[in-house]
Ligand binder design. Sequence first.
Ligand code: UDP
Length: 235
Amino acid sequence: MEKTVQLYEGKAKKVFATEQDDLVIVSYKDDATALDGLKKGTIAGKGAINNRMSNYLMQLLEKQGVKTHFVEELNDRETVVRKVSIVPLEVIVRNISAGSFAKRYGVAEGIVFDEPTIEFSYKNDELHDPLINSYHALALKLATKEEIATIKEMAFKVNEVLKEYFLTLGVKLVDFKLEFGRLADGTIVLADEISPDTCRFWDAKTNEKLDKDRFRRDMGGVEDAYKEMMHRVFG
Ligand code: UDP
């Protein structure tokens, strides 16, 4: 499978067309942004780590019956995925309070919830990805009622599978962001990526942060945290 023209360049990935109309190639960059694009930088080796980890997790999820866009890993940074039209929602699932949840509701980080939560943001850079509920998503025609129900069900399933998996690696899955896409026939599949860029990972014993929060919060040890997660997954 060969790249043809570049279709899109995002903050962390480029997307290329292929000879096959229903397949695209994503190429992961080391570029990182945070704080609504205000903070920019690079995290050496991140592209390859996110590519490999995301592909591994997508395949794990497929085995558990979650449909994903994953097709084939080409090399360290590049992967063939099914072409989708992205549902313009950031779907965030949380098991433990952190980040914007802790800030918005004035609670400490680290409170373990009795049940996981789900929330949506409207993917819109000009509006800064505002928080919305499913009625708003329907009103804005971002997705149908059936699609929203499917997305919620899939997101909680992803959480169950990944929470259990990461615990076996000594990692707490605090929260994460998912994106979903529609195939040409309308099927909803899990798209985008699952990586230390899009998940909060805390060491199960020490609560040490092993994710992009180290970059967002200028904590240092950013590359080491990504490498540590890579080692926990791949040994
Ligand atoms: N997240 C993401 N992209 C975003 C916003 C959040 O991947 O644009 C992820 C983030 O890494 C975390 C989860 O979603 O794992 C919840 O993030 P939160 O809402 O707490 O926002 P933040 O504190 O990162 O602004």
